[in-house]
Ligand binder design. Structure first.
Ligand code: SF4
Length: 340
């Protein structure tokens, strides 16, 4: 384990805990308690930019006011422009935007702004992921400027997983900044800015207040990690609002279409799936149809929760089954009324 100086957080965080705290309070990458576990919420101590988003962000926000937005992960083969084109052909017009985020199984990706341009060339609006693991503040500022120029609808600012939790543990962890600090930089560049929160990760009583501090830093939307039943999402959005985080929330909706996805989605430390969700797909004679039906049902229920302005569909494709997952994501998106 790479232990940083100071408090000992391997990700050098000030505004911890991150979303990777294990159910028993252990650190994301070490068999030791998270160093922030018993601390009070760390208040945001920096400045916040009040700049509004550019044209793409404004249009997306206007759409979000008219109806729930349906965002989906885009299951492409890393560093493969043909895969981007093929997946875009399947998903175009079926979702309102695609996320181009991180993957523990494929840490090496095209740089965020280049990836966004490649996807957008095929007619899919991009909600770009940006993490602090692989780039220092200078490189992040360059990416933010490029993402603003590329006209992405939003940027998702996260601290990111530690390299030891993915397939490139040989890489040096950077963590020059963390999500709270990335937010005002992205706002100042005229981007619509989202952040993540994991309501089921310990200490669960701090998660709503922690989101409120990110809002004080300038966050405008929250993308939620899978956190269980609809009632759990409702309880979190209510607690967040009372803590001062009165921003649109987009909970995650797992889409499981095969055993690979079922096993992987059940293994995420900070993620809790609704009771029976995985089993209902595993038992089905046609797991793809069952997965689509489960996702549509769960998404519709989430969209009745006050404060929920849309959903983010996510799945885990077996290497080689990305197109199958893309078709399933497209089916869910269409069923939920995206792209109309
Ligand atoms: S769980 Fe996250 S915030 Fe806590 S010590 Fe580990 S890396 Fe740092």
């Amino acid at each position: 384990m790479t232990v940083a100086p100071g408090r000992g957080c391997p990700k050098r965080m000030t505004y911890g805990p991150c979303g990777g705290v294990g159910p028993d309070g252990s650190c994301e990458i070490a068999p030791e308690p998270c160093v922030f576990l018993d601390d009070p919420i760390v208040p945001w101590a920096g400045a916040a930019s009040a700049r509004g988003p550019g044209a793409a962000g404004r249009e997306f926000r206007a759409l979000m006011r008219r109806r729930p937005v349906i965002v989906a992960e885009m299951p492409t083969v890393p560093l493969d422009v043909r895969s981007i084109a093929e997946t875009a052909d399947v998903m175009r017009g079926t979702v309102d935007a695609v996320t181009t985020g991180d993957s523990p199984a494929a840490r090496v990706q095209y740089p965020p702004a280049y990836r966004a341009l490649l996807v957008q060339q095929h007619g899919l609006p991009v909600w770009a992921g940006l993490n602090c693991r692989d780039r220092n503040r200078v490189a992040l500022e360059g990416e933010i400027a490029a993402l603003a120029h590329a006209g992405v609808v939003a940027v998702h600012c996260v601290t990111g997983d530690h390299p030891e939790s993915g397939h490139r543990p040989d890489a040096m962890p950077v963590f020059d900044l963390e999500s709270h600090e990335l937010v005002p930089l992205a706002r100042a560049a005229g981007l619509l800015v989202s952040v993540a929160e994991s309501p089921a990760a310990p200490p669960v009583t701090h998660r709503a207040g922690r989101l409120a501090e990110k809002v004080r830093a300038g966050a405008q939307i929250c993308l939620l990690q899978f956190c269980g039943e609809v009632e759990d999402v409702a309880a979190f959005t209510d607690a967040a609002r009372r803590a001062g985080a009165d921003i649109p929330v987009l909970p995650g909706v797992p889409l499981i279409v095969d055993e690979y996805g079922a096993a992987l989605m059940s293994s995420f430390a900070a993620a809790v799936l609704p009771a029976g969700y995985v089993e209902s797909v595993r038992r089905a004679a046609d797991p793809v149809s069952a997965g689509v039906e489960a996702a549509v049902r769960y998404a519709r229920a989430l969209l009745t929760v006050e404060g929920v302005a849309g959903v983010v569909l996510g799945g885990a494709p077996d290497p080689g089954s990305g197109t199958l997952l893309a078709r399933a994501l497209a089916a869910v998106g269409k069923e939920l009324g995206a792209g109309r």
